[in-house]
Design a protein. Structure first.
Ligand code: AMP
Length: 284
């Protein structure tokens, strides 16, 4: 496995692979890899001759009071994990390679409207502009046939699919289901921020998702009733504070009243200082 930091180097490797008739899979990540990321990488490995994983903590997608500076980073560990998952190329550019004039001086952005202002976007203004911009940039650099994303970030998948469709980008978007710890907690690089009491409290997210599924399976079709039971469950956990509880249309992300077809149940919860997300899609 090669670790490259330059755009020109990764382009050369992709060009060579294409000449050899290989297809290219890309797994964009912010590093501090866990089994969720590795599942994406193994899925890409099974489908492509060249698998590129990017590791880049993108300053454009963090708000001024968010955790950019303290976001966990460990490139050595990430490189050996990526190699074990069959990745061919880790692309780990420094910030100057991606934004030579500094992130604050970037003048060009990809703006997906409306769906980026809901759910996580309501609390994190500019977040999805940063995500869409860096993903578009990675697509231009790597030119993947398929890019792989986790359903853990459900809104991100909706935004990226919309961006690629509306900008006619020549890339397919593939997704993998949420990978969880044995007790249900969705894997996240941010889980390292949790102390033991918070780690226990964080189970309120997956419990909420499970409760929503149970209610839906029992025939509940009132979205407000689902939001209410989740709100009560989160309210019963002293270390948890919800940012949002959404039962929405999986394509438009508009809140539902009656659940008559597919629904996305999504939540963001602060556990102490750590903001965690979880979701499930009800196929209807
Ligand atoms: P991140 O490094 O957090 O930006 O995540 C990189 C990719 O891994 C994104 O497509 C995420 O949705 C995906 N991912 C993160 N956590 C999980 C998980 N627990 N299960 C599946 N995919 C995940």
């Amino acid at each position: 496995m090669k670790i490259v930091t330059g755009i020109a180097e990764v382009r050369a490797l992709v060009r060579q692979a294409r000449q050899e008739g290989k297809t290219v899979g890309l797994v964009p990540t912010m590093g501090f890899l866990h089994e969720g990321h590795l599942t994406l990488m193994r899925t890409a490995r099974a489908a492509h001759g060249l698998v590129v994983a990017s590791i880049f903590v993108n300053p454009l997608q963090f708000g001024p009071r968010e955790d950019y500076a303290v976001y966990p980073r460990d490139l050595d560990r990430d490189a050996s994990l990526a190699a074990s998952a069959g990745v061919d190329v880790v692309f780990a550019p420094p910030v100057e390679e991606m934004y030579p004039q500094g992130p604050a001086n970037v003048l060009t952005a990809v703006e997906v409207r409306d769906i980026t202002e809901r759910l996580c976007g309501a609390q994190r203004p500019g977040h999805f502009r940063g995500v869409a911009t860096v993903v578009a940039k990675l697509f231009n650099i790597v030119t993947p046939d398929v890019a792989y994303f986790g359903e853990k970030d459900a809104q991100q998948v909706v935004v990226i699919k919309r961006m690629t469709a509306e900008l006619s980008m020549d890339v397919a978007i593939a997704t993998v289901p949420i990978v969880r710890e044995a007790d249900g907690l969705a894997l996240s690089s941010r889980n390292v921020f949790l102390n033991p009491a918070e780690r226990q409290a964080a189970l309120v997210l997956s419990r909420s998702i499970r409760l929503a599924r149970e209610r839906l399976e029992a025939g509940e079709r009132n979205a407000a009733a689902i939001r209410k039971v989740i709100k009560e469950l989160i309210g019963s956990e002293p270390l948890a504070a919800s940012d949002y509880i959404s039962v929405c249309d999986p394509a438009t992300l508009r809140e539902l009243e009656a659940i008559e077809g597919p629904a996305l149940v999504a939540l963001a919860v602060r556990i102490g200082k750590t903001r965690l997300i979880d979701n499930m899609t009800w196929e209807g």
